[in-house]
Design a protein around this ligand. Sequence first.
Ligand SMILES: CCCCCCCCCCCCCCCCCCCCC/C=C/C(=O)SCCNC(=O)CCNC(=O)[C@H](O)C(C)(C)COP(=O)(O)OP(=O)(O)OC[C@H]1O[C@@H](n2cnc3c(N)ncnc32)[C@H](O)[C@@H]1OP(=O)(O)O
Ligand SMILES: Cc1cc2nc3c(=O)[nH]c(=O)nc-3n(C[C@H](O)[C@H](O)[C@H](O)COP(=O)(O)OP(=O)(O)OC[C@H]3O[C@@H](n4cnc5c(N)ncnc54)[C@H](O)[C@@H]3O)c2cc1C
Length: 664
Amino acid sequence: MKGVDHLAHERNKTEFDVDAMKIVWAGSRHAFELSDRMARLVASDPAFQKDGRIRLGRKELFKNTLRKAAHAWKRILELHLTEEEAGWLRNFVDEPSFTDLHWGMFVPAIKGQGTDEQQQKWLPLAYKMQIIGSYAQTELGHGSNVQGLETTATFDPETDEFVIHSPTLTSSKWWPGGLGKVSTHAIVYARLITNGQEHGVHGFIVQLRSLDDHMPIPGITIGDIGMKFGNGAYNTMDNGVLTFDHIRIPRNQMLMRVLQVTREGKCVKSNVPRQLIYGTMVFVRQTIVADASTALARAVCIATRYSAVRRQFGSQDGGMETQVIDYKTQQSRLFPLLASAYAFRFVGEWLKWLYTDVTQRLQANDFSILPEAHACTAGLKSLTTTATADAIEECRKLCGGHGYLCASGLPELFAVYVPACTYEGDNVVLLLQVARFLMKTVSQLGSGKKPVGTTAYLGRVQDLLQCCCDVQTAEDWLKPSVVLEAFEARSARMCVARAQNLSKFENPEDGFAELSADLVEASVAHCQLIVVSKFIDKLQQDIPGKGVNRQLQNLCYIYALNLLHKYLGDFLSTGCITPKQASLANDQLRSLYSQIRPNAIALVDAFNYTDHYLGSVLGRYDGNVYPKLYEEAWKDPLNDSVVPDGYHEYIHPMLKQQLRNARL
Ligand SMILES: CCCCCCCCCCCCCCCCCCCCC/C=C/C(=O)SCCNC(=O)CCNC(=O)[C@H](O)C(C)(C)COP(=O)(O)OP(=O)(O)OC[C@H]1O[C@@H](n2cnc3c(N)ncnc32)[C@H](O)[C@@H]1OP(=O)(O)O
Ligand SMILES: Cc1cc2nc3c(=O)[nH]c(=O)nc-3n(C[C@H](O)[C@H](O)[C@H](O)COP(=O)(O)OP(=O)(O)OC[C@H]3O[C@@H](n4cnc5c(N)ncnc54)[C@H](O)[C@@H]3O)c2cc1C
């Protein structure tokens, strides 16, 4: 049987309506149609082809990205694409570029932190790309510790200006994307100083380069920070270094929604909390969660299709060997990743809803759920990106040797994805933020303050500390209430135990530092509970399409029970389940793998990824892996000549030398 026939045969086994699942995956029929149209538009445009990208040198690669970004912008204008359509188009172009920072951080920072007048002045310029913006927060010396940034913005009342200055080497801005070679402006984060007094870190709109000849403004030193991990990958982005030598900007270029500086240099606080200065990060972290499911689904799609095509061992009577997807070990590694892709999709959808809700509340001066929004975006960003980065690497291994070839698409996907564990907040630092939020919530339980939203379960902490899991058979693990209670009890018990340990310290900060590794574990448990509960919520919705809900149920329980298996130590040590119940969960998990198996190919087809987007010979829709892999090898520049360049200089003399030695 050829690879092509393998996948056709697999598709015939499907037990659900794939087209209906495509809509569930996309979020709505509208989102499906729109993303499908954009995917095809990009795939059919030769200007967006990606072949050979990994072989380009840095300069060529970067220029190629500039060309694609300009072409994308041209098409956006020609076709009058909406912001939503343009976002999809960017996704399918599949190449990090300065435009991400411009649209994803510069514009949102002005929207979130700028006053109405500032928005009126700057947004039209940014929307038309008459200026290109970056987000310059991180410095050589500090990234996580935002309050430790050293760049200064000192108000000069004589000229009504701020003087932006880099006082030390470590105050050099370092990492901002789009900054190195492209951006004309940036939101620069600096310590505000007025009348000799410090007022914390704030954002300032600073012009960096001339709009006429692109030369840096005098007093600004700017460049790219150098090559990053992997070929192609994030090297399409010009992450930059920037220093200021007493650069003057008008007073009205400080983003003043949170704090206003008057003509006299007086600071006047508005009614919005200081934390809104961090609002752009909340927005981007939310988009990163949605993107995690996209990247994970891509890796899983490649590994699943290839696992159905690939055969090793097990031939009987000269018959065909076993498809590697039929090995239970392969299933136990692959299917939880497939389930995670769906789980992250739905939690991403929910987080988007939460973010929209928070934004609306903020506009009405209701700041009550900002701490929860921060904890959810930080925690879920950390959880989903860590899991996705690990999963991409696991998918590479699931594809055996061929997974290591760039033609599999997995090495570049890993290299481009893995910094998501660091940017927008190091994943451990973010989990520590979640831990602070959880410990605060637990400490307030005694005062009668009822936790709401994702921490509402902590309001039932007494019940959860005592509850006994009701599982007697493997089938009992297919009850949403049972699964939910196990996850809630585990998280509540971990939070309470950490809080009790913290209370033993005289100084809470010392305790927090000492127990930080344990606290991070509680944060992970809490975030996993959120993902599981949002998946269960999704199942309660009316989902049309033959067999679709059934598949989603299977995936939901695979996600939850695999976590239970992986984090068994937590579940057993907190006493929320017994070893016997854990063993029954494992039995159920194996049964679920068998039920998913015939549907695996259709479940990845439901992602609706084009071959262009996947960029993988192993993950081709038609399964024609071997002929194409063979064809691909010959495209390598090393195969341009039969005898390699260097033969006469190095190989031939060596061979001759050996011959001489042999004669001796
Ligand atoms: C080629 C194609 C072209 C196509 C063109 C068309 C395109 C069209 C559309 C394209 C759209 C693209 C969209 C792309 C998306 C974007 C891609 C992004 C790419 C990634 C780039 C990366 C950027 C970055 O990395 S930016 C830098 C990020 N930095 C960090 O995250 C730093 C991490 N550190 C922190 O967040 C903090 O400092 C922290 C949390 C560690 C706090 O430390 P602290 O010192 O203890 O805190 P303090 O300041 O004292 O405050 C504590 C207080 O505040 C609360 N808090 C903290 N953070 C927040 C927050 N974010 N929100 C709300 N509240 C917050 C905290 O809880 C404390 O509260 P209390 O306990 O109540 O005091
Ligand atoms: C590809 C890429 C793109 C980026 N783009 C931008 C951009 O556009 N704009 C921008 O401003 N920045 C950008 N950044 C910077 C990024 O936001 C920071 O690198 C990130 O926030 C991590 O900060 P750091 O580098 O200071 O790490 P550090 O904080 O120095 O982390 C080093 C180690 O210390 C640990 N650690 C740090 N603090 C604590 C703590 N309190 N407790 C326990 N452990 C701790 C971390 O877990 C980590 O293991 C980008 C970074 C990358 C890699």
